[in-house]
Design a protein around this ligand. Structure first.
Ligand SMILES: [Zn+2]
Length: 232
């Protein structure tokens, strides 16, 4: 009997994780928690900070993380209590690919410069990590816009790539967190306007020099929003 019980437990614990899941959350997370699992949660709800805000990816589950989890839950019709438990983790898992990118975006879209993510203003690992957060913000934005496709025409640039396209000297593209969006079916202005709700502290679009043909979204310290033709 004991051996059978042990075997049963081993069988359960050996069950494979969801094929789509790249990270297994092992406990319910609520305000006051801290650790790598909180940081992983923050990456995935970084698109839900509220208007004009940016969620810190710091592994500390504070009020901002609770509010972001609550908005995520509301966006997907889950019980909105700001506590991340099995239902929230299951929804997040359904939204991600095996490489941890959200299902509707890929590293390849966020880097049309090189395959190594090197040569920019930060380490390759940091640039790629920054791009991942940007993709989760775009995923939130995409959902808020009715799950309509968002076209990403470029992201990370090495210094060489940035010079080749005439990018600004301190461009956020060098850090990996910038994304240049095509109009698609949504339009530059609606993209720029909606981005204000999803954690982008840098928004440049129509009416800002050299941005009449794309909407540029990124993260930076301090807010820099300018798309005069869109009322921003
Ligand atoms: Zn740009």
């Amino acid at each position: 009997m004991i051996a059978a019980a042990v075997l049963s437990v081993l069988t359960v614990s050996a069950a494979p994780a969801s094929a789509a899941s790249c990270y297994g959350f092992g406990r319910t997370l609520s305000q006051g928690a801290s650790g790598e699992d909180v940081r992983q949660l923050q990456i995935r709800v970084s698109g839900y900070p509220g208007y004009g805000a940016v969620l810190a990816i710091d592994g500390q589950f504070g009020a901002g993380t609770k509010a972001a989890v609550t908005r995520f839950q509301q966006a997907y019709g889950l019980g909105a209590d700001g506590v991340a438990g099995p239902a929230t983790f299951a929804k997040l898992s359904s939204l991600e690919d095996s490489d941890c990118t959200p299902v509707n975006f890929s590293y390849a879209e966020l880097n049309r410069c090189n395959s190594t993510w090197s040569g920019g203003a930060v380490s390759a690992a940091t640039a790629k990590a920054n791009a991942l957060v940007t993709m989760w913000k775009l995923q939130a934005m995409r959902h808020a816009l009715g799950d309509r496709a968002i076209t990403v025409n470029g992201g990370f640039r090495s210094y060489a790539c940035n010079s080749a396209v005439g990018g600004a000297a301190g461009s956020r593209h060098l850090y990996g967190d910038a994304a240049d969006l095509g109009a698609g079916s949504i339009g530059f202005c609606k993209l720029a306007q909606q981005a204000r709700n999803h954690g982008f502290s840098e928004i440049l679009g129509p009416g800002y020099p050299d941005h009449n043909d794309h909407t540029h979204l990124a993260n930076r310290s301090g807010r820099f929003w300018s798309a005069p033709s869109c009322g921003i």
